[in-house]
Design a binder for this molecule. Structure first.
Ligand SMILES: [Zn+2]
Length: 260
């Protein structure tokens, strides 16, 4: 297990240079509709796993929801994703995160993938936490360098060796395919909480498990296979980036395939 974890860590060891000027274009990008600010509090979902969520008002009038996750590892914290861009970027690394960290230290921001609704507060957080490491799968680098067109003209990525890593056995990394080339889900092993993120959605009223929207998923067949694969992991609850409930059980995720 230890060697598997270290291989995964190597795979993910793409660390951003702490140079916020690189991301000027992210700062200038603003959606046409007003957005709600982040709420103050992170909510506890399981032992040492927290979530902050907010509604996201899309330019077409629809309201989506976005969640980011925080994992506590002793005095250290790992933030999984940084949410959608909002009208006021300075609001995002708000008192909510500071409050949740208490006296602990934000060591790592891990990005499940580079879609803009998951990397919105990156610049603000890098400014506020200049020592934080930022990790993502190297296949997502084009989303951050602008080659994909997702975030234009952001340049200056550098690869550095991570100075800090989560304790062995605490988090495992799981690749997903179909939705984004380098999608990674995170399993917090002590609580068996799976932060699956955009491997599935759980939206609607009542919330329903679905594959991520086809319009943002270049290969739906691969996305379905990834969801099937992740549903086999050993977890109690799985959480996603767009979720109207508080995650889904392993049984519910496996049941989804029976009705497909
Ligand atoms: Zn996505």
């Amino acid at each position: 297990m230890a060697s598997k974890l270290s291989a995964a860590a190597t795979l993910l060891a793409v660390v951003l240079a702490i140079d916020a000027t690189v991301f000027t274009d992210i700062l200038e990008w603003k959606p046409s509709a007003g957005l709600d600010p982040y709420p103050v509090a992170f909510k506890q979902l399981a032992t040492d796993v927290y979530r902050q969520g907010y509604d996201w008002h899309l330019p077409n009038g629809q309201v989506g929801d976005v969640h980011v996750y925080l994992i506590k590892l002793g005095e250290d914290y790992v933030l999984v994703d940084v949410g959608a861009p909002t009208a006021d970027y300075e609001q995002i690394p708000s008192s909510g995160l500071r409050q949740a960290l208490q006296n602990g230290r934000l060591r790592l921001i891990t990005l499940t993938h580079g879609h803009f609704d998951h990397v919105g507060a990156l610049v603000s957080l890098m400014k506020e936490y200049p020592d934080v490491q930022v990790l993502f799968h190297e296949a997502e680098a084009p989303f951050l360098t602008g080659e994909s067109g997702d975030i234009s003209d952001a340049k200056g990525l550098s690869v550095q060796k991570p100075a800090w890593a989560a304790p062995r056995g605490s988090i495992s990394f799981h690749r997903g395919h179909g939705h984004a080339p380098g999608h990674v889900s995170y399993l917090h092993k002590p609580s068996l909480s799976l932060i699956a993120d955009d491997i599935f959605n759980n939206e609607g009223q009542p919330p329903q498990i679905r594959l991520p929207p086809e319009v943002f998923t270049p290969n739906v067949t691969e996305a379905e296979l990834s969801l099937k694969k992740i549903a086999q992991l050993d977890f109690v609850k799985a959480f996603c980036g767009h979720d109207r409930a508080e995650g889904v059980t392993r049984e519910a995720l496996q049941q989804y395939f029976k009705i497909l």
